[in-house]
Design a protein around this ligand. Structure first.
Ligand code: GLV
Ligand code: MN
Ligand code: MN
Length: 419
């Protein structure tokens, strides 16, 4: 018998305790987490997640991109699961909530069902996607991208970190390459809770962001090649300074983004070679991240950056290779999933605001192959990708409660649809 969904309430303390407990795995002195994907610390948090899911009677399967699926059976094993989750990897100076909240809120929602003995129509799953952040292996969202058929599996497996280690080797090393081919795991729907990572919910005093889509984003790898020469003896006019070229391009990225009110452009990774104070740099590698809801704005930025690079090549005697490695179009979420989130917030007594996500999320790729949407909760001062990132116990609990209600609402709809 499908139970009475109104009686189901997640436990804020349990969720908070698990957020703080897992935050110890890779804890940084400033109160954040450094748990880069497919490292030993990632293995530890995966082991924790697996043990806790199995402790709740779930079956945990892993696909060949390392994504973990913990399943709680429903009435109908022939119906694909309703999944919820996020990621357990972090940025190098990540906070305690980006990703972890989505996985642990999902775990708490599932635990609430189990402790209540509530039988759903469809199976329910908690998912931990691999390499959401893209901090170690570019681009971000690699596993959900393969899951959605956007990236070829072999291309993704061969992505290398800055030390040259491949995704496939790192996955093998931590023992999380599963047998299930990535993308074969059918889902009835996917819901992801996340901190907003921006300022709007807090500024407007809203409890829940009903996320209607994710903006477009692109990543580029740039290699600027000049000439290593002696810093003391090479006259300024004779230099081919790769860092000077890179610095001017960084300015261009910034200026180009500022021309549109909604656009953002960032250079967050830059490597200078050979890296000595008395050598004019002969090579610089850096990456550009740019985003806007409108891909035409990104086309404009791309062409301005390419033109600036051409000009700098001639002016400074450099070779500049600009390579687009990731293009994600804007992604709208599923109207039924969005409606389920809105209804769930209402039934739980929370105020809402519709919003487009500025950050990338696995839900955006999953949305290409299954109905999906997201639930945002406020975070302090809109700060994220920072060790100080913070959402309160109550804010985290609100996200988990809305997640649970949205999943149950969707489950009821599925039961009606299948008849
Ligand atoms: C994911 O963290 C992103 O870069 O938006
Ligand atoms: Mn995230
Ligand atoms: Mn992130």
């Amino acid at each position: 018998m499908i139970g009475n969904m109104k009686n189901l309430t997640i436990d804020p303390e349990r969720l908070w305790d698990e957020l703080m407990e897992t935050a110890q795995i890779g804890a940084t002195p400033k109160g954040g987490i450094c748990r880069l994907t497919l490292t030993e610390l990632d293995r530890q948090v995966r082991d924790w997640f697996k043990a806790h899911c199995e402790g709740l009677g779930c079956t945990v399967t892993v696909d060949d991109m390392g994504t973990m699926f913990a399943r709680r059976p429903g009435q109908r094993s022939d119906v694909p699961p309703i999944a919820m989750g996020s990621h357990l990897d972090t940025q190098p100076t990540g906070g305690k909530f980006d990703g972890a909240l989505g996985v642990l809120a999902a775990l708490e929602a599932l635990r609430t069902l189990t402790l209540a003995g509530y039988e759903t129509f469809a199976p329910i799953e908690v998912v931990n996607w691999t390499n959401e952040e893209g901090a170690r292996f570019a681009p971000a969202l690699i596993a959900s991208g393969v899951f959605a058929g956007v990236f070829a599996r072999d291309w993704a497996a061969a992505r290398a970190d800055r030390s040259g280690e491949t995704f496939a080797d790192a996955l093998e090393t931590i023992g999380y390459r599963g047998p299930e081919p990535c993308g074969q795991h059918k889902l009835s729907a996917f819901f992801e809770v996340h901190i907003e990572q921006g300022p709007y919910l807090e500024a407007e005093g809203k409890d829940i962001g009903v996320v209607t889509g994710v903006q477009a984003m692109r990543w580029y790898e740039v290699t600027v090649t000049g000439q290593d020469t002696h810093a003391g003896t090479t006259p300024m006019a004779r230099r081919h300074d790769a860092l000077l070229g890179a610095a001017r391009l960084v300015e261009t990225v910034n200026a180009s983004a500022r021309k549109s009110a909604s656009a953002v452009g960032t250079v967050g990774l830059l490597e200078v070679k050979p890296g000595a104070p008395n050598v004019v740099p002969g090579e610089v590698f850096f990456m550009i991240d740019m985003r806007d809801p409108d891909p035409a704005v990104l086309d404009r930025m791309e062409s301005e950056i390419a033109q600036a690079a051409k000009k700098l090549e001639a002016e400074l005697g450099l070779a500049i290779a600009l390579k687009n490695i990731w293009t994600q179009p804007p992604q709208a979420f599923d109207p039924d999933c969005i409606a389920a989130v809105r209804a769930a917030a209402k039934v739980s007594g929370y105020s809402t605001r519709d919003m487009i996500s500025g950050a990338g999320h696995d839900a955006a790729y999953v949305a290409r192959v299954a109905p999906a949407s997201m639930i945002f909760v406020p975070c302090k001062d809109g700060i994220s990708h920072n060790e100080a990132e913070y959402s309160s116990k109550e804010q985290c609990a609100a996200g988990a409660q809305v997640l649970l209600q949205a999943v149950l609402d969707y489950d009821r709809q599925l039961a009606e649809r299948y008849g």
